[in-house]
Design a protein around this ligand. Structure first.
Ligand code: TMP
Length: 201
């Protein structure tokens, strides 16, 4: 089972993804679930994450290819081996981030991004939790952070476009992408996530 968490910056996906992994490790046993994230989920990828999140790029496709290169290596080194051993993989951000951020955020055509994503072979998520929060909630959380990356500095209208993109993708692929209300206390949000994953484990 390959589960991804998606949403705009500040939606609470790190907190919830880690909670889900802890829950699964308790329920299924040690080693039966794995937490990972993009960009930079594989050993040796620290420089790439830093590069992607800090550099300003002139060409709109530069970041697409960097995210895709990161994903290919992440899939081969971390995700595929774990899935082959029957481990449940929980990943913060995956290819829907490339759709929502690079299409709705940056303005590249969806069809072109889909073609680029289709070039690379990697496991497709079985289920995606879209943590849906208002832009106000997300901005409040992001602005409380110490060092903002270049995406977190983009501001309200960028995040509004990205969440609109995520909602479009969820409506397009209802069986895989499940929107979960991310507002409220972490315990309440986690209960909603477990509800939405009923029957998966
Ligand atoms: P985060 O992992 O701290 O959420 O930061 C990653 C940032 O990178 C986030 O703002 C979303 C962005 N991103 C893309 O724009 N496209 C992608 O394909 C991925 C994986 C992330």
């Amino acid at each position: 089972m390959f589960i991804t968490f998606e949403g705009i910056d500040g939606c609470g996906k790190s907190t919830q993804a880690r909670r889900l992994v802890e829950f699964l490790l308790r329920e299924k046993g040690n080693g039966k679930a794995l937490w990972t994230r993009e960009p930079g989920g594989w050993t040796g990828s620290g420089n790439l994450r830093e590069l992607i999140l800090s550099q300003e790029f002139e060409h709109p496709w530069t970041e697409v290819f960097l995210f895709l290169a990161d994903r290919c290596e992440h899939a081969k080194k971390i995700i595929e081996p774990a899935l082959q051993e029957g481990v449940i993989v929980i990943c913060e951000r995956f290819d829907d981030s490339s759709r929502a951020y690079q299409v709705w955020g940056r303005g590249i055509e969806l069809e072109k991004i889909e073609r680029a994503l289709a070039l690379a072979e990697y496991p497709r998520p079985d289920r995606t939790i879209l943590l849906d929060v208002s832009v106000e909630t997300a901005m409040g959380r992001v602005l409380a952070r110490a060092n903002l990356d270049r995406y977190e500095k983009e501001g309200k209208s960028f995040l509004e476009r990205v969440i609109e993109g995520y909602r479009f993708l969820a409506a397009r692929e209802k069986s895989r992408i499940r929107p979960v209300n991310g507002e409220g206390k972490p315990d309440e949000v986690f209960a909603r996530i477990l509800d939405s994953l009923e029957g998966c484990f």
